[in-house]
Design a protein around this ligand. Sequence first.
Ligand code: CAA
Length: 256
Amino acid sequence: MRFVEVEKREGIAIVRINRPDKLNALAPEVLEDLEKAVDMINEDEEVRVAIITGTGKAFVAGADIKYIGTLDEEGGYRMAKFGQRVFSKIEDSPKVFIAAVNGYALGGGSELALACDIIVASENAVFGQPEVDLGIMPGWGATQRMTRKLGQGWAKYLILTGERISAHKAYEIGLVQKVVNHDNLMDEAINLAQTLASKGPLAVSLSKEAINRAFQLGDFGFEYEAKLFARTVGSEDKDEGVRAFFEKRKPNFKGK
Ligand code: CAA
């Protein structure tokens, strides 16, 4: 792939968006490569956790503004649906996705991070939804995922003002889960990925699924949780986890 590199290390996939001269802006061909990478990861049984990061000084500076300039209304709809499809493959994946945000995460870049399960940010990272400055609005999920994650107050503030915020501010409002020294970003993300990869695979992916549904299911969410909980309780992983607890050793989970 020309614009996205995937490196695999013992159950962890590191995805690097690689268009640094344009701050990793997601032109259609970049988004196509990202979709291929996500599909590969989702089909790879060895991969438990994926880390998405950017090459150079940006994570992703948004959708490609030059391309947006060429679109009419119908093209805009197609563009929104394409990005939404790719980002939903991340959100709906049974694997955990970590966004390791190394710099600018603006517009579609912030939306990509929002589609990931956990955001770890360099202290140099900058977040924002500056679409209103271009006379457009977010189209790759921010109005939905940011509202679910932060509530209407911060989603409206950030999307309506287009204000760019620091990693520390993003942490304060709950957008980011961890802010780390810039030079340690990938080490911290890999450590976190290794921790996640050491847990019961079924337990982690079903927990993610239940949390993803929290805002869709209303009271049925509790019933859904009970059903998924029961699947984990009936699993071989639970037998192993409980045995390992009493034998005072690390469990050897199989994801079954
Ligand atoms: N699309 C296309 N090209 C972009 C880009 C983008 N989103 N962001 C940066 N670039 C290009 C610049 O045009 C420039 O190209 P040239 O070298 O050929 O001139 C190159 O990347 C480097 O950028 P700058 O010179 O601007 O770098 P800077 O350090 O001075 O500024 C920045 C960095 C503040 C991030 C600035 O580039 C910027 O504001 N970028 C646009 C951010 C933005 O508005 N993103 C939202 C896009 S719309 C969207 O994402 C819609 C959606 O919801 C899907």
